[in-house]
Design a protein around this ligand. Structure first.
Ligand code: PHE
Length: 460
């Protein structure tokens, strides 16, 4: 019986441990670095509304589906998909979904690690008091100094990848649970401190208005795709990270409650980050659409002007590094679990191998900010005008691969798997809530993803 299967990689000690790990995966650069800058680039309020809608209607149901598949299969996503396809008597080709996820994870981590490297660099810049009293221009030049130098970015990227490989090599359970339990709340408190600072600027209202008053004229079809893609990205969905964590979930834990909790925490962190950043943007006459450097060009102004700013700044970037770390681990875990299962490798060896490939791919991103900053490979297409290799990697993974992966997960969970199997695994009975989940995953989610895709390429 599937429910008696256990994972060879171990299990979370309880439901709380899973919630912490999944929240660790979900909360990361996506919430604090990416959400504000893409909201800024896509006009604010309307974008945020679409994003929130996608979290509720697409994100939560797919998270449940992904955790459910993982727990039922109890292996790496590739082997889980193979086993479940066999048990449900459907095409073995479903294992390719696992592979696509592994590829997406590699590509995402390759640039994720470079950005996490920026945060790491900022721990030291903040701690040394470099931001004290700085104006927007000063902060801007500190940022350029960092990203203009390929060697610097490479060094930080390397350090972050090594940190990730060490934890993954030791096994996701040891250390991770405890770290997340302590650091997530700390990050939360610091975000509140920043929102407090933003409150005291004279542009708090303007910031909130930008973030929460929808102006539908300001969002394009492509913006809608970016908002949807971000719902997947920020919840770590569509590539197997949540599936592999689900495979370590104890049998008696409620999948629905867990998924809702994780999604709520993730969304709260993103909104707080937005509420801290946009008032600072407007109070200092900065551009909301400044791009990937946005938080690195705004938050230092806040730290430079508050009491104890050097300390708080250092702590904030340190916590950001931790948040990125716990996400990075989950990006590579599906690949590592597979290497251990199918090639009998030790975790350390598997982590080193997977990490090295990712590290190498990361060079594409490192150079996108300096040597190749003017190289726009798909610049001839209007949507990709001005996109560097990094922008393209981000677009391909977050806006195409993850939604597509999520779509297929939904199709598998609601169309290929027998109803009895999902009723049994979700263990929430066969009543209204189960019916709602099934309806969402069977019809709404796939149709929504397809419509957004077609709309973005101009077919609809
Ligand atoms: N959810 C993470 C973040 O918001 C990124 C991530 C994406 C992690 C996909 C795992 C899988 O930073």
């Amino acid at each position: 019986m599937p429910t008696e299967r256990t994972s060879i990689h171990g299990q979370w000690s309880n439901r709380l441990a899973f919630i912490l790990a999944a929240t660790g995966s979900a909360v990361g650069l996506g919430n604090i670095w990416k959400f504000p800058y893409i909201a800024g680039e896509n006009g604010g309020g309307a974008f945020v509304l679409v994003y929130l809608l996608c979290i509720a209607v697409i994100g939560i149901p797919i998270m449940m589906a992904e955790v459910m598949l993982g727990r039922r299969g109890r292996q790496s996503p590739i082997n889980t998909m193979r086993t479940l396809a066999y048990e449900e008597k459907v095409s073995p080709a479903w294992r390719w979904l696992g592979w696509a996820g592994v590829l997406a994870g590699f590509l995402i981590l390759s640039y994720y690690s470079v950005i996490a490297g920026w945060a790491l660099a900022y721990v030291f810049r903040a701690g040394s008091g470099l931001f004290t009293g700085l104006t927007a221009d000063g902060v801007q030049s500190i940022f350029s100094n960092l990203v203009d130098e390929p060697e610097r970015l490479l060094a930080w990227h390397t350090i972050f990848m090594v940190m990730t490989m060490i934890i993954v090599g030791r096994g996701v359970r040891s250390g991770l649970e405890r770290a997340v339990r302590l650091l997530m709340p700390a990050l939360f408190v610091l975000l509140l401190v920043l929102v407090g600072y933003a409150w005291n600027t004279d542009a708090f209202d303007q910031g909130l208005e930008f973030l929460f008053t929808p102006d539908f004229g300001a969002i394009t079809a492509n913006g809608v795709l970016i908002a949807m893609g971000h719902a997947f990205f920020t919840l770590s969905l569509g590539m197997g990270a949540i599936m592999v964590y689900g495979s370590y979930l104890p049998d008696n834990a409620s999948i629905a409650k867990t998924s809702v909790t994780v999604s709520l925490m993730d969304t709260t962190v993103a909104l707080l980050a937005g509420m801290a950043i946009f008032p600072i943007v407007f109070a200092n006459g900065l551009e909301p659409g400044a791009g990937p450097g946005l938080i690195f060009q705004t938050l230092p102004i806040a730290f430079g002007h508050m009491d104890g700013g050097a300390f708080f700044g250092m702590l904030f970037f340190l916590l950001l590094v931790f948040a990125a770390w716990t996400s990075a681990i989950s990006l590579i875990e599906p690949a590592v679990a597979w290497l251990v299962e199918n090639h009998g490798m030790s975790r350390i060896y598997a982590a080193a191998l997977a990490g090295m490939v990712t590290w190498g791919t990361g060079l594409l991103t490192v150079f996108s900010f300096n040597l190749w900053a003017d190289f726009k490979p798909l610049g001839m297409f209007a949507v990709f005008e001005g996109y560097t290799i990094f922008d393209l990697l981000d677009y391909l993974t977050a806006n195409i691969m993850l939604p597509l992966g999520g779509l297929l997960i939904a199709v598998f969970a609601a169309w290929q798997m027998r109803r009895e199997s999902s009723v049994e695994e979700l263990a929430m009975g066969d009543g209204f809530l189960y019916g709602l989940w099934r309806m969402l995953v069977r019809y709404i989610t796939p149709v929504a993803v397809i419509i957004v895709f077609l709309h973005a390429i101009g077919v609809l």
